[in-house]
Design a protein around this ligand. Structure first.
Ligand SMILES: NC(=O)c1ccc[n+]([C@@H]2O[C@H](COP(=O)([O-])OP(=O)(O)OC[C@H]3O[C@@H](n4cnc5c(N)ncnc54)[C@H](O)[C@@H]3O)[C@@H](O)[C@H]2O)c1
Length: 264
């Protein structure tokens, strides 16, 4: 029970990494407010986790929605100890010269502006309470250059810098701000990319020293650590959780072994 009685807001928690994180937080004793774009999605996820958890619809890139989201947490639970800025959408994988400005703007709005906006609206409450913990979702795409994933990568790199800036700015108020940079994790988002031929799962497993994609639970466990008192002296970092992907730089396969064996 690493997060006993902590109140957590997890954005985009109707699916994938957010849902796994909310579920794991609940298991660790936290009470969770689940946000997703559609209220029904958030409600279904909250209902699956348990009656002591809440749900709120809303778009993280819209200020009025974010105000309503934060109000819903305070109305229901009276405080907010943990914020997970998880909501996100994949890039289009269209060559940069063929992308529209509207596409770039949408990705930046959801990932980077959304993280900024929710953090800035939650921080005053954490500061008034005497502290809190935030974790943002960066990505290996924010560390390594991935062609055609222009806006997504720029937004994720921006999120890592935002994490450093806010980590330093709010450290005197005992508000810790960290990020995780997942590698390739099997979620509805990546499953759709594999199905559409935009990701080759065998090739990316060969490029991953551990030879396998991560599970949502792997990210959730990193989140528990970063939000718990065990990480009380940790702020402003982006922690890779990627099976060694970003550590690897040799001009060869990172995992030369049997891919099927790596799955066990
Ligand atoms: N899965 C991976 O391999 C991976 C790797 C690196 C980073 N990430 C990041 O992790 C986060 C979660 O990814 P996932 O794979 O679980 O994706 P997912 O598509 O399974 O879940 C994302 C959720 O965010 C919600 N959402 C989208 N836009 C929103 C908005 N404007 N406001 C509120 N909610 C919104 C979606 O409805 C969805 O439920 C994203 O930020 C993603 O970029 C994922």
């Amino acid at each position: 029970m690493e997060l006993k009685d902590k109140i957590a807001l997890v954005t985009g928690a109707g699916s994938g990494l957010g849902l796994a994180t909310a579920t794991t937080f609940a298991r660790e004793g936290a009470k969770v407010m689940i946000n997703d774009l559609r209220a029904e999605t958030a409600q279904a996820a909250a209902a699956a986790i348990g009656p002591e958890h809440g749900a709120v619809g809303g778009d993280v890139s819209k200020e009025a929605d974010v105000d309503a989201m934060v109000k819903a947490v305070l109305d229901r639970f009276g405080r907010i100890d943990i914020l997970i800025n998880n909501a996100g959408v994949p890039d289009s994988f269209v060559p940069t010269v063929d992308q529209s400005l509207a596409h770039w703007q949408r990705l930046i709005d959801i990932h980077l502006t959304g993280t900024y906006l929710v953090s800035k609206k939650v921080a005053p409450h954490m500061i008034a309470q005497g502290g809190g913990a935030m974790v943002n979702l960066s990505s290996l795409a924010g560390v390594l250059g991935l062609p055609v994933r222009t806006a997504y990568s720029a937004a994720k790199a921006g999120i890592s810098m935002l994490t450093r800036v806010l980590g330093c700015e709010w450290a005197p108020h005992h508000v810790r701000v960290n990020a995780v940079a997942p590698g390739y994790i099997l979620t509805p988002l990546t499953e759709a990319l594999i199905k559409d031929g935009k990701l080759d799962s065998d090739r990316l497993r060969r490029r991953t020293p551990m030879g396998k994609m991560g599970r949502p639970e792997d990210i959730a466990q990193a989140m528990v650590f970063l939000c718990s008192d065990r990480a009380r002296y940790v702020t402003g970092i982006t922690m890779p959780v990627d099976g060694g992907y970003c550590a690897f730089g040799a001009p060869s396969d990172a995992f030369p072994g049997d891919l099927d064996a790596a799955l066990t």
